[in-house]
Design a protein around this ligand. Structure first.
Ligand code: HEM
Ligand code: NAG
Ligand code: NAG
Ligand code: NAG
Ligand code: NAG
Ligand code: NAG
Length: 314
């Protein structure tokens, strides 16, 4: 009895997984239902980034945190007190990113009420933020639906900045992203800011860091950590370029996890090739963003299209 029940259960799991795997996202999903969706998002992001460059980075990071926790289902945006936002990794999301996102969603709702999901807007806004800062573009597949729940326990799928190379590889392989994808996606740290508390151990205690670089950061960052900010890429903090990798070659990665990618390990050669060849980086980044954006979407009649991204409808 127990055996046949568990057999039925695993059959059910297989069927559900097959249904999810076959559910297709499509770049033309809103072409008839909301033809102005993409242009509305893009002009909203472009205006916000023109006002404050960091917003492009904050929107990109929101999409990453969304996709790595359960799937790209906008669960990261739910802000009831038990949700993902109250988990440690999300306490460092820039609140400005949420504000800008809410205003873009409101603009989309004004032209097409109840049609365009928060998860799709996140995916498109991440791409448009990268483009606004001079990075590559790619085609975003659409048709994701929004979750009706948050998954706080799964925020542990987001690797912390203290991660070793092995821990990073494991976290990405859990999401079917390989080492090349991992090194390419980490290049997102060519834009945006981090708080002292995310790298104080690296600048005070690590040896694989340029001593002058560590010293200069200590000026504004006490050993106990703080919420003061430093650019993830000190060279060109608001340009989406390949300077992240040239920084790693001279041991100027800001986070411990950044420098792990170039520390006499298996990722060194990919870091060197992206440092030497900006086009190789941008192409690998775009490919990996598409892969990440396809993580376990809700499609069809699953989930819902939330009207307010921060709460479930109803
Ligand atoms: C490899 C694993 C990763 C780790 C350990 C990591 C960790 C972090 C940390 C600790 C911060 C700074 C948070 C703070 O102190 O306020 C940060 C910022 C950021 N991360 Fe990552 N991250 C990773 C991967 C990614 C990926 C895959 C993306 C996007 C594709 C991304 C995009 C960003 C961006 C754009 C920022 C700056 C955000 C802003 O300025 O608002 N990160 N990351
Ligand atoms: C959630 O976010 C919305 C929109 O920014 C805000 O009005 C609301 O007060 C927030 N709720 C909580 C519990 O933080
Ligand atoms: C990793 O994935 C990329 C596509 O994202 C692919 O081009 C590459 O061949 C893969 N590498 C390995 C070692 O499987
Ligand atoms: C540096 O390492 C020492 C010894 O492990 C530890 O007590 C201290 O808290 C660390 N400092 C920082 C800033 O992480
Ligand atoms: C790699 O190892 C060599 C020799 O052991 C050492 O000189 C070098 O500093 C190391 N490089 C990095 C990035 O750790
Ligand atoms: C950006 C954001 O919503 N951050 C929240 C993270 O969680 C803390 C509570 O632990 C909230 O106070 C923040 O507003």
């Amino acid at each position: 009895m127990a055996a046949s029940a568990s057999c039925l259960l695993s059959l059910l799991v297989v069927v559900v997984l097959a249904a999810l795997a076959s559910a297709q996202l499509s770049s033309t999903f809103y072409d008839t239902s909301c033809p102005s969706a993409l242009s509305t998002i893009s002009s909203g992001v472009t205006a916000a980034v023109a006002q404050e460059a960091r917003v492009g980075a904050s929107l990109l990071r929101l999409h990453f945190h969304d996709c790595f926790v359960q799937g790209c289902d906008a669960s990261v945006l739910l802000n009831d007190t038990s949700g993902e936002q109250n988990q440690i990794p999300n306490q460092t999301l820039n609140p400005r990113g949420f504000d800008v996102f809410d205003s873009i969603k409101a603009q989309v709702e004004a032209v097409c009420p109840g049609i365009v999901s928060c998860a799709d807007i996140l995916a498109v806004a991440a791409r448009d933020g990268v483009v606004a800062l001079g990075g590559p573009s790619w085609t975003v597949a659409l048709g994701r639906r929004d979750s009706t729940a948050s998954f706080p326990a799964q925020t542990s799928d987001l690797p912390p900045p203290t991660s070793s190379l092995q821990q990073l590889l494991r976290a990405y392989s859990k999401k079917n992203l390989n080492q090349t994808d991992m090194v390419a996606l980490s290049g997102a740290h060519t834009i945006g800011q981090a708080q002292c508390l995310s790298f104080n151990d690296h600048i005070y205690n690590d040896t694989n860091i340029n001593p002058a670089f560590a010293m200069s950061l200590r000026t504004n960052c006490p050993a106990s950590g703080s919420s003061s900010l430093a650019p993830l890429d000190a060279m060109t903090p608001t340009a989406f370029d390949n300077a992240y990798y040239t920084n790693l070659l001279s041991q100027r990665g800001l986070l411990h996890s950044d420098q792990e990618l170039f520390n006499n390990g298996s990722a060194d050669s990919t870091v060197s090739s992206f440092a030497a060849n900006a086009a190789a980086f941008t192409s690998a980044f775009a490919t990996a963003m598409v892969k990440m954006g396809n993580l376990s979407p809700l499609t069809g009649s699953q989930g819902q299209v939330r009207i307010n991204c921060w709460r479930v409808n109803g």
